[in-house]
Design a protein around this ligand. Structure first.
Ligand code: SF4
Length: 291
C-alpha cells in the first residue's frame, strides 16, 4: 500500500487538538474508547487458544502481527495504553445537613479545598471552579471539567457550552440560579483534554461531598466522563441514557450528552431533550411551552 503523501504530524499542536476533538466527539457519542485501552502486547504474539478448530502446526508459521506500539511508535507517544486501574470506591455518604446550613457547608468544603495542589491539574489553572447555583437545588448538573472560559471566570459552564446549558435549563422551565452545577474536576485540564483517572479520583470526593450537602432530587450527568466518575462504572453513554438510575442521597441519576458535544453535533439535541424530559418528569416539571 502506498503511504499517504501527507502523513499526520502529531507534533503539530493544531493537529493534536483536532484529533483530540474528534476522539472526544466519538467518545461522547458512546462509541468505544480510543485511548486508555488495555493492550496486552503478549496477546498480539500468541494464537488465540479459544479459536476453533485449532489449525495443524504448520511447517512455516506466519509472522505474528507486531505489537501496536511498534507499528505506531508516534501514536504511542500520544496515547496512554497503560492498564486501567480499578476505580476506588466513592466516599461514604455524609449525614444530611439542615437546608438552612447548605450554603455554609458548601463554603466549608471550598475552604478545605483551598489553593489545591492535590493533583497535576493545579499547575495549569488560573481559577479553581468549585461549583455554582442554589445550595438547596432539586436539580444538579455534573460536567467533566472547566474549559478556558470557566478557568478565566472561576464559574462552571459560562462559555458557549454554558450558554447552551442555560438554554436547556430554560427549556425545562427553570432558571440557572435554581439549579446547582459542578464538575468532576475543579481545574482545567490542559488543551481541554479528558481528566486523567488519578486527577478525577483525587478531585471527585469533593464533588460527592457537594452532592451530599445539596441533596438534589435529580442529577443530570453531562457526558461520558461525568457518569463514569459518578458511578465508577465504564459503560457506553448509550447504555446509560433513557433510564433513571438510583444514586446516592436518594437522587435519580439521568445521563445525557455534554453541551460541548451538542455544539459539535446539533442533530443530537433532540435526544438530549428527551433525556431532560425524563428529568422533568422526575421533578414534576412541565415544559413552559406546554403550560
Ligand atoms: S483538579 Fe481538584 S484535586 Fe486537582 S488541583 Fe484542582 S481542585 Fe485540587
Amino acid at each position: 500500500m502506498t503511504p499517504p503523501s501527507n502523513p499526520i504530524n502529531l507534533n503539530d499542536p493544531a493537529t493534536r487538538d483536532a484529533l483530540h476533538a474528534r476522539l472526544r466527539f466519538y467518545r461522547d457519542l458512546g462509541i468505544g474508547e480510543f485511548y486508555r485501552r488495555e493492550v496486552d502486547s503478549a496477546l498480539w504474539a500468541q494464537p488465540n487458544p479459544q479459536s476453533e478448530p485449532q489449525p495443524a502446526p504448520a511447517q512455516t508459521q506466519a509472522t505474528p502481527p507486531a505489537p501496536p506500539e511498534q507499528l505506531f511508535p508516534q501514536l504511542n507517544q500520544e496515547i496512554d495504553i497503560a492498564p486501567r486501574k480499578p476505580f476506588p470506591a466513592a466516599p461514604a455518604q455524609a449525614e444530611p445537613v439542615p437546608p438552612e446550613q447548605h450554603f455554609a457547608a458548601l463554603k466549608l468544603i471550598r475552604e478545605e479545598i483551598g489553593d489545591c495542589t492535590r493533583c497535576a491539574l493545579a499547575k495549569g489553572r488560573n481559577k479553581l471552579v468549585f461549583g455554582d447555583g442554589d445550595p438547596n437545588a432539586k436539580l444538579m448538573f455534573v460536567g467533566e471539567g472547566p474549559g478556558a472560559d470557566e478557568d478565566a471566570s472561576g464559574l462552571p459552564f459560562v462559555g458557549r457550552g454554558g450558554q447552551l446549558l442555560n438554554n436547556m435549563i430554560g427549556a425545562m422551565g427553570l432558571k440557572r440560579e435554581e439549579v446547582y452545577i459542578a464538575n468532576v474536576v475543579k481545574c482545567r485540564p490542559p488543551n481541554n483534554r479528558t481528566p486523567e483517572p488519578d486527577e478525577a479520583h483525587t478531585c471527585s470526593p469533593f464533588l460527592f461531598r457537594q452532592i451530599d450537602v445539596v441533596r438534589p432530587k435529580v442529577i443530570v450527568a453531562l457526558g461520558q466522563t461525568a457518569v463514569t466518575y459518578l458511578t465508577g462504572e465504564k459503560r457506553p453513554l448509550s447504555a446509560w441514557r433513557g433510564t433513571v438510575h438510583p444514586f446516592r442521597v436518594g437522587a435519580k441519576l439521568i445521563v445525557t450528552y455534554h453541551p460541548a458535544f451538542l455544539l459539535r453535533d446539533p442533530n443530537q439535541k433532540k435526544h438530549a431533550w428527551a433525556d431532560l424530559q425524563i428529568a422533568m418528569r422526575e421533578l414534576g416539571l412541565t415544559s413552559p411551552a406546554r403550560k
